[in-house]
Design a protein. Sequence first.
Length: 312
Amino acid sequence: MGTSGSRSRARTVEAGAGDAGQRIDNYLMRMLRGVPRGHVYRLLRRGEVRINGGRARPHRRLNAGDQVRLPPVADERHAEGRLPPHLIERLRGAVVYEDERVLVVDKPAGIAVHAGSGLGGGLIDGLRELRPDLPDLSLVHRLDRETSGLLLLARDRHTLKELQDGMRARAIEKVYQAVLLGDWTGPVRTVEAPLRRDVRRGNERVVRVDAVAGQSASSRFRRLAAARGLTRVEVTITTGRTHQIRVHAAYMGHPIVGDTKYGQRRAERERLGRQPERLMLHATRLRFVLGDEEIAVESPPPALFDTLVGGS
């Protein structure tokens, strides 16, 4: 499929009271729907996004009344900027929790959360199409395209800000299960290794452990079971850096099975006799507080986890 190639004009918008405190990069992802995340960051690096006339850094937080210049951009989504119909159908039954403020979706592996070049629409586009009654639906956090499991979305700007504040205060619990390559004896290890994004490796960008230039990142691994030279683990994270669990697992010497970016594909083939069907990482538990209410949602890992290792 081709891209639409249409371009918008530069425009200036005023940040409202509900936008106060939001990072400009996240604000742009909402305002420039259909533009890939990488392109948003290029616009910021080139100084094409302005706040009150000045250059905007990705971490800059908005105040109510800020004047934000949105540059002209090409819509890089596929025709009509939407997920293919079969993926939209997969999302139809993926909402596992909903109230008047939030949705929790059990995201299938293989669906990106945002639109991107070559990907057409993303999960957020598909949900907005399925739920036109929720025009302000926004992602509170993200999952990698090949990671499955629980994803939290806010139905309005006020709730989004409250939950993002909770994320910064590390008040949202996110627990994953993964299958690691090798017999990791554990039983528990906390990896605190700073991560740096956008490191070049050939023609691709990767995340690396970097004690000097990296951002703090903490992952707690707990051994659940082992079989056939593979280890099933539970992982709890208190930070949400890009590719955090995948990089920390590889840093331990036991990459996640099915990880084509940080894994050991030859060793996987030797161990399994084939390439893994998918990245063996699943967001299995999510717990957060809204107002005075604590909400906890769980999603069991796919059956393939039991097939490979068992012992959940």
